[in-house]
Ligand binder design. Structure first.
Ligand code: PAF
Length: 283
């Protein structure tokens, strides 16, 4: 497994994989890798021949008061996970390679970037869209793999790739959960055992939403209120939002649709957790 720090090293390795007739799969990450990331690598292994992972804690997607400095960076464990997953190339760039001094080019998907997570974290999706565009252009992969856990992120990336005509197919893989139901996230490492228990209220609220929909409820507000009550009723949890939205556009709903997405965000101590579930409705 090659660990590359420069763009040229990646391009040379990808060129020789392509010359050998191999298709290329790419998993962009910020490291602190867990089984959720591993499932994205496994999807690349199933569908492609040459596998790239990038590990880069992207400063432009963190707000001034967010956890950039304390974000976990377990380099050795991350590289070991990539090695055992059968990854061929890890792109591990220093910040100056991605953002040289006086860097000034940014990508923004208007509208979608200022809703929900974007309203709570201004500038976050501009940073994500910028770094993902750069990484996709550097890797030049046939397919890139993202988790459904970051639902708004994958929505924005799909729109961006389509509108910029980027030649990489975006594949979205299901959220992986711990046995207790907590969606896997690198930020779960910040939670104390008590906070982890409190964090289970997110998946409980999503299950409740599906049950209410299954019971035939026709009011969007009733379902949103029920999810919010689960979060607000759990000590140590401060809800940011608990909403039902259109699964493609993330627009607000006035009526129940055959497919909807329930999206939740809450603060547990100083950690922000997000989760979501696509709800299927028998109309
Ligand atoms: O989901 C993540 O880990 C990051 O937002 C991404 C897509 C790697 C961009 O930094």
């Amino acid at each position: 497994m090659l660990v590359a720090e420069t763009v040229d090293q990646v391009r040379i390795a990808v060129r020789s994989a392509r010359a050998a007739g191999k298709s290329v799969g790419f998993v962009p990450t910020m490291g602190a890798l867990h089984a959720g990331h591993r499932s994205l690598m496994d999807a690349s292994r199933r569908e492609c021949d040459f596998h790239i992972v990038s590990i880069f804690v992207n400063p432009t997607q963190f707000g001034p008061h967010e956890d950039l400095a304390r974000y976990p960076r377990p380099r050795d464990a991350d590289l070991e996970l990539c090695r055992t997953a059968g990854i061929d190339l890890v792109f591990y760039p220093p910040v100056e390679v991605m953002y040289p001094p006086n860097y000034r080019t940014f990508v923004e998907v208007a509208g979608l970037s200022s809703l929900l997570e974007g309203a709570v974290r201004p500038g976050h999706f501009r940073g994500v869209a910028t770094v993902v565009t750069k990484l996709l252009l550097i890797a030049g992969a046939d397919r890139a793999y993202f988790g459904q856990k970051d639902y708004q992120q994958q929505t924005i990336i799909r729109v961006m790739v389509s509108e910029l005509n980027l030649p990489t197919e975006i594949r979205v893989c299901p959220t992986l959960r711990d046995p207790d139901g907590l969606a896997m996230s690198s930020r779960n490492a910040y939670l104390t055992p008590e906070q982890r228990q409190a964090g289970l209220s997110l998946s409980r609220a999503l299950h409740l939403a599906q049950r209410i929909v299954d019971s035939g409820e026709q009011s969007v507000t009733t379902i949103e209120r029920a999810m919010h009550e689960i979060l607000a009723g759990t000590p140590g949890v401060e809800p940011d939002y608990a909403v039902l939205r259109h699964p493609d556009t993330l627009e607000e709903l006035t009526e129940i649709l055959p497919a909807m997405v329930a999206l939740i965000a809450a603060r547990v101590g100083t950690t922000r957790l997000i989760d979501n579930q696509v709800l299927q409705v028998e109309l």
